[in-house]
Write a protein that binds this ligand. Structure first.
Ligand SMILES: *Cc1c(COP(=O)(O)O)cnc(C)c1O
Length: 373
């Protein structure tokens, strides 16, 4: 006879890693509501409201704005699969692991990738992107990660959009860890495709990737020679479900849509500017307190994310032991380093619902205990 395990109860945790972030009670309650059909007029009305709220959060008037069914990486695939055809050129600015993932996916789309920068935790200067576009004037897209979670680094975007427009390349931005945490202006900065994730600064569970396409980017998909290799992530087909045709494409994950709808209400009730201010304040307070305790910031000054504080550990704290104790004894989750930073750093998330003084104090108290031991 099959052994049936007991009911799964998640332990109490303070989620202070680079995602998932803690989920607001209102969002958890929304997810527990009865499931209705994906073609139900009420589901479609809710989806329309999500689209309106996403446009507000992204600061865009783009018609084609929706939550991709899947996590942030599905957003990345949706952005690249729809805009790149085999043999086309993609220029990608690399400062960490998520930009490297962009390179990998662009290559799987059959693109010829020109990597710029390629120095972890260092922002890529606009001049280097311009030089790459001089070498590769046929470039179809320029891909940039706004908040590079692997290194805690902020990549400034405001000049790159104008450059892309001038060179007739689409500007594709990974805002998985930035939407709802730090300033992001899709229309103001000339971004053509921008995708995010539900479980970072929006503080919903993982499972949806908000995305927006400019009219130019939507036209690139519509006018492709070959349809994208992915059926599931085809933005043109999805647009026919979202638009007046209401044509079935795949079953929308309704409970996740309830969650995103409520999470966006929470975000917009606070207001984007207030939210950006909260993250900036709390993030710099945490960093200052950690520096006092012997930690060192990884990215250069002026390019540090408040919502993902990436710090080198003092010699008195050993990885991964200290991090294991933090989780096991204090119930606090932070993340270690990826790639070349493995074993050397912590990545501490202050995203959405974890970005407050109570979380900062709990972490610092635990760190003080570990340092005293
Ligand atoms: C988390 C993250 C991703 C990947 O998102 P998943 O939800 O893990 O698929 C991509 N880019 C950045 C910058 C991220 O922080």
């Amino acid at each position: 006879m099959t052994h049936i395990p007991g009911r799964f109860e998640p332990p109490p945790r303070r989620l202070m890693g680079p995602g998932p972030s803690p989920v607001h009670r209102r969002v958890l309650e929304a997810m527990a509501r009865p499931v209705i059909g994906h073609m139900d007029p009420e589901t479609l009305r809710m989806l329309d409201e999500i689209q309106v709220m996403l446009r507000d959060a992204f600061r865009t008037s783009n018609e084609l704005t929706f939550p991709v069914s899947g996590t942030g990486t599905a957003g990345m695939e949706c952005a690249l699969m729809n805009t790149l055809e085999p043999g086309e050129t993609a220029v990608i600015a690399v400062s960490g692991a998520f930009a490297e993932r962009m390179v990998e996916i662009a290559r799987r789309c059959g693109a010829d990738v020109e990597i710029v920068g390629d120095r972890w935790a260092e922002p890529v200067p606009t001049a280097e992107i311009a030089a790459a576009l001089d070498r590769r004037p046929e470039t179809k897209i320029v891909g940039v990660v706004h908040a590079e979670t692997s290194t805690g680094m902020l990549q400034p975007l405001d000049e790159i959009g104008a450059l892309c427009r001038e060179r007739e390349a689409l500007f594709v931005v990974d805002a998985v860890a930035s939407l709802g945490g730090i300033p992001l202006e899709v229309d103001g900065w000339g971004i053509d495709v921008c995708y995010s994730g539900s479980q970072k600064c929006l503080s919903a569970p993982p499972g949806l990737a908000p995305i927006t396409f400019s009219a130019e980017a939507a036209a690139v998909r519509a006018n492709r020679v070959q349809p994208p290799r992915s059926f599931y992530l085809d933005a043109l087909f999805i647009s026919k479900y979202l638009g007046s045709e209401r044509r079935y494409h795949h079953t929308a994950p309704v409970s996740m849509l309830y969650a995103l709808h409520e999470a966006l209400r929470v975000v917009l009730e606070e207001g984007m500017e207030a939210r950006w201010r909260r993250h900036a304040e709390i993030g710099s307070e945490l960093l200052a307190a950690l520096v006092d305790r012997g930690f060192q910031a990884v990215p250069p000054e002026g390019y540090r994310l408040p919502q993902v504080v990436c710090v080198r550990l003092p010699d008195s704290l050993a990885e991964p032991d200290a991090r294991r104790r933090l989780l096991g004894e204090y119930g606090i989750e932070v993340a270690g380093g990826l790639g070349e930073l493995a074993g050397k750093v912590w990545r501490i998330g202050l995203m959405g619902e974890s970005c407050d003084r109570e979380h900062v104090k709990a972490l610092l108290d635990a760190v003080d205990d570990l340092l005293a031991a």
